[in-house]
Design a protein around this ligand. Structure first.
Ligand code: NAG
Ligand code: NAG
Ligand code: NAG
Ligand code: NAG
Ligand code: NAG
Length: 479
């Protein structure tokens, strides 16, 4: 294999295992407009993001099949195809000692196997389709905003209409069957399933971007109603309430999502109230005096989960700013810590991981997980000694393409960012943990999908070990 081909292959693998994709982030339309006005002709470090957006949007535009929950070949427990349906990925049938098994899903008990994907997980398509749908509409809407090509806006509207509104193909605004545990006498959804649809936070800004196109506001009313109903479900259903009460990142992401949808549905008072009750509730126990996040630190990948919870925290803080609500940035936990304390706890750890990589050693966990929380924190708290900027420069140097999507709507982060990645390095812009590459979502464990479960189960070790190998080989080839 020629070196460039090998390198490209390695980079592709790297990206498909790095939890980098389109991470949940507050897509700020003002920021995007600033980017367009000031940087579009000369995007600098963001050029790989712009190229990736264009390329991915082109693919999405060429795909004739809109995604819908009704296309799933697996029928939800209540037989209603309009329900979103997914399975708990680590739960396996155990048919030992059971006679006359006709269907293991109904005849055998299911039990958890830490970090191991149940072999038939790929049969269920709703999670993949939801991820592909949001990735496609987000990239096409961004590409529309950057290029003004109305075809992109029309196609975006078609995908949104098919998924959410069309009376044949719509998804119901509820999540009773997320991460269902199958098995004899079971088949019920779990609160954890709610985390899986967090990519929907990109829908409101997408709708706003379309309003300048020929699509106008034709979908706005319908989508606002959908998300109003969904936020009501998130606030009032047993599963929604249980997820909201989860003390760790699950609770944080519930708040981030629900407040986004309430705001979109013109229910700002409720959004502000929700954020304020979060800040006075579970948030109080989420950061220790020294900045460690105790509920995430007990996980098998403590760095990853602390960064992950920070993604939700900075998201909530920025949303709350937009709503003129509680100042989440300065809110103190029971031990007197703030988001900044948590960031400052992780900065030296991240620097250590980078130093390990530089010295040819193995980094315990991929360091770039801190990137999005770090720039948001720098934007708010400032950076008098330049430490955040220096770290961001290093982090952005080891990521590529879609992981920099955020630079397009966060141009305030651009000055001082010196990226080394080049356009064309990748072809993956799946949402967050999902691999949205041309081959589609691969939930078998060869991809990046992570359960982020409450249970302490963690599949990332294997993924990260492979990541490390790829990083090292790539670095070796680059030097
Ligand atoms: C899903 O079903 C709709 C309606 O039947 C169809 O138009 C669309 O092509 C299907 N999408 C996929 C990805 O198969
Ligand atoms: C679905 O929508 C079409 C037009 O958009 C309408 O003609 C039809 O009556 C609707 N069907 C139902 C069951 O509401
Ligand atoms: C927040 O306050 C600003 C300035 O007073 C105002 O323009 C904006 O509409 C407010 N936003 C919300 C969501 O209330
Ligand atoms: C970015 O790179 C340029 C050119 O290499 C350099 O002059 C500048 O100091 C760098 N900025 C930072 C913040 O590292
Ligand atoms: C996952 O990878 C393993 C080995 O790397 C391979 O044997 C298996 O077929 C792959 N599974 C899928 C679904 O690609």
């Amino acid at each position: 294999m020629k070196i460039p081909t090998l390198l490209a292959a390695l980079l592709t693998i790297w990206i498909s295992v790095a939890e980098a994709g389109l991470q949940m982030d507050l897509l700020d339309i003002d920021g995007l407009n600033t980017f367009k006005a000031k940087y579009l002709d000369n995007p600098g470090v963001a050029s790989s993001a712009v190229e990736a957006i264009r390329r991915k949007a082109k693919q999405a535009l060429a795909n004739p099949n809109p995604y819908s929950v009704i296309n799933s070949s697996v029928i939800p427990p209540n037989k209603d195809l309009h329900e979103f349906y997914s399975w708990a990925p680590y739960w396996w049938p155990n048919c030992k000692g059971i006679k006359n098994v006709q269907d293991e899903q109904t005849d055998c008990p299911y039990e958890q196997k830490d970090g191991q994907y149940v072999p038939d997980i790929g049969k269920i398509s709703d999670p993949q389709d939801a991820s592909s749908m949001t990735t496609d509409v987000t990239t096409m809407a961004l590409a529309y905003a950057l290029s003004g090509d109305d075809n992109l806006a029309k196609k975006t509207a078609h995908l949104l209409d098919t998924w959410f509104l069309n009376n044949k193909t719509f998804m119901k605004p509820e999540l009773f069957f997320g991460q269902v545990i199958r098995g004899k006498g079971r088949n019920e959804g779990r609160p954890e399933g709610i985390l899986d649809l967090r990519s929907f936070v990109y829908v409101p800004p997408v709708v706003a971007l379309l309003e300048k196109s020929s699509v106008g506001t034709s979908l706005t009313k319908g989508l606002k109603a959908w998300f109003s109903d969904y936020s009501t479900w998130l606030l009032t259903s047993d599963l929604g309430k249980e997820e909201e009460a989860a003390a760790n990142n699950h609770g944080s992401f519930h708040i981030a999502q629900t407040a986004t949808y309430l705001h979109f549905a013109d229910r700002d008072d409720e959004a502000r109230k929700l954020i304020s009750s979060y800040v006075n509730g579970i948030y109080k126990g989420q950061i220790n005096k020294d900045g460690e996040q105790p509920l995430e630190a007990v996980r098998t990948k403590p760095f990853h989960y602390q960064c992950f919870n920070l993604v939700a925290l900075v998201y909530i803080a920025r949303l709350s700013d937009k709503l003129n609500g509680t100042n989440v940035w300065e809110a103190k936990t029971d031990q007197g810590a703030t988001i900044k304390t948590a960031i400052d706890f992780l900065v030296p750890i991240t620097e250590g991981f980078l130093a390990d990589l530089k010295n040819g050693k193995k980094a315990k966990e991929p360091p770039d997980t801190l990137t999005t929380p770090l720039y948001a924190a720098r934007d708010h708290y400032g950076d008098p000694d330049g430490r955040y900027t220096a770290l961001l420069n290093k982090l952005i140097g080891i990521t590529t393409g879609p992981s920099e999507f955020w630079t397009v709507w966060n141009p305030q982060a651009l000055p001082g960012l010196n990226g080394t990645s080049k356009a064309g390095d990748d072809d993956n812009s799946g949402f967050d943990g999902y691999d949205g590459s041309g081959d589609g979502w691969n939930p078998y464990g060869n991809s990046t999908v992570s359960e982020h479960s409450n249970s302490g189960v963690d599949n990332s070790a294997r993924v990260y070990n492979r990541l490390w190998v790829v990083v090292m080989v790539t670095v070796a080839l680059l030097i």
